[in-house]
Design a protein around this ligand. Structure first.
Ligand SMILES: NC(=O)c1ccc[n+]([C@@H]2O[C@H](COP(=O)([O-])OP(=O)(O)OC[C@H]3O[C@@H](n4cnc5c(N)ncnc54)[C@H](OP(=O)(O)O)[C@@H]3O)[C@@H](O)[C@H]2O)c1
Length: 331
């Protein structure tokens, strides 16, 4: 019987939740065609919600979060994968309602598994993880909708976060002039190192006037926080500009008028990584492994072990993290 270590979140009985590293048996994992020995995972906002008892993300506890996993195939009944293959499994229901990548083994349907993109190690793939993939998807959509570096500045909100920081770096690398909006003024040097041309405080991208439209500043915006910040991004985007929306850290609801759309032709584009088609995943991951690869990834990633996750999750929920957190399952 194979026993492995996993972070397990369980109910305390008084409405609270606790996290502990526990021994689990591979035989307890749910059915699936591919058993993966996980080497690396990463910390995403959805993991922090799952790890703190958010029933919108995870219905049943005890539970092991971790929407990202990279490792080697330990056993497979699928023709697509052989023992020893280096693979990734990101999102779908992994770490939400199925034991996830904060355990040393996962068992999943073959349809959720993709080969580790050539050119990336397992570790590098998880340095990007779902946060980096979502950033790449946002930049990909912005460009597919026609925004180019010569059109003007692009705004990134929640800029020090996992999605935000990779978005800043990818946009700068693609030649865009990036304005990074952040609640952490002390992290301006970090954002400038990633390639931001300018760093502004979060309050600068939250409209206080209540007017339907404001001066058009941005050719595009990658919004990772939602709420008033997203509403403001829409009314400060220039004619024909594009705003992507992937997150709700600030708020799930936002109020807008029709004017950004009917007076300036602004497009609001939804970004969804969890159920994203495999063909899109493979194309965007190939860009991260190829022409978009960031050779300074170490600048924006911190590596932790399973035992450190409890603290890192609390810091993420408090909005105190910057950059991406890589989880080494053997540390
Ligand atoms: N749609 C998808 O498929 C998808 C995929 C991945 C992630 N997401 C979502 O994207 C969002 C960001 O994820 P992440 O992993 O990057 O999280 P993260 O690392 O925790 O980053 C979130 C950032 O948002 C900013 N922030 C925190 N609290 C805020 C508040 N109250 N108001 C405004 N800004 C606030 C902070 O950046 P600053 O201090 O720099 O402002 C923080 O670092 C989450 O909502 C996540 O669920 C969605």
């Amino acid at each position: 019987m194979t026993i492995f270590k996993a972070l397990v979140v369980s109910e305390t009985g008084d409405g609270g939740y606790q996290r502990a590293i526990r021994d689990r048996a591979v035989s307890e994992l749910p059915e699936g065609e591919v058993l993966i020995r996980v080497r690396y995972s990463s910390l995403n906002y959805k993991d922090a919600l799952s790890a703190s008892g958010n029933r919108g993300v995870t219905r049943r506890y005890p539970h092991t979060p971790g929407i990202d996993a990279a490792g080697e195939v330990a056993a497979s009944t699928s023709d697509r994968f052989r023992t020893g293959d280096a693979v990734l499994c990101c999102c779908y229901d992994l770490g939400m309602n199925r034991p996830g990548g904060f355990g040393q083994y996962i068992r999943v349907p073959a349809a959720w598994v993709m080969g580790c993109p050539p050119g990336l190690t397992l570790r590098q793939a998880m340095m990007y993880g779902t946060g980096g993939f979502t950033a790449a998807l946002s930049v990909d959509r912005l460009m597919a909708y026609g925004v180019s570096p010569r059109d003007g500045k692009v705004l990134v909100t929640g800029a020090t976060g996992g999605v935000g920081s990779v978005s800043v770096a990818l946009l700068a690398r693609a030649g865009f002039t990036v304005v990074a909006a952040s609640g952490k003024v002390d992290q301006a040097p970090f954002l400038l190192r990633l390639g931001a041309s300018e760093v502004v405080g979060r309050e600068a991208v939250i409209d206080q006037t209540g007017r339907a439209m404001l001066k058009g500043n941005w050719a595009g915006a990658v919004d990772t926080v939602g709420g008033e910040v997203l509403a403001t991004a829409l009314k400060t985007t220039r004619y024909g500009g594009v705003v992507t929306c992937c997150g709700n850290v600030a708020a799930a609801e936002f109020t807008t008028s029709v004017y950004p759309f009917i007076l300036r032709g602004v497009s609001l584009v939804g970004i969804e990584a969890a159920e994203c088609a495999m063909a899109v995943r493979e194309r965007v991951w190939a860009r991260l492994a190829g022409d978009w690869h960031l050779d300074f990834l170490d600048e924006l990633v911190r590596e932790v072990g399973l035992a450190d996750l409890d603290r890192e999750i609390d810091r993420m929920l408090a909005g105190r993290l910057h950059g991406r957190v890589l989880v080494n399952l053997d540390r």
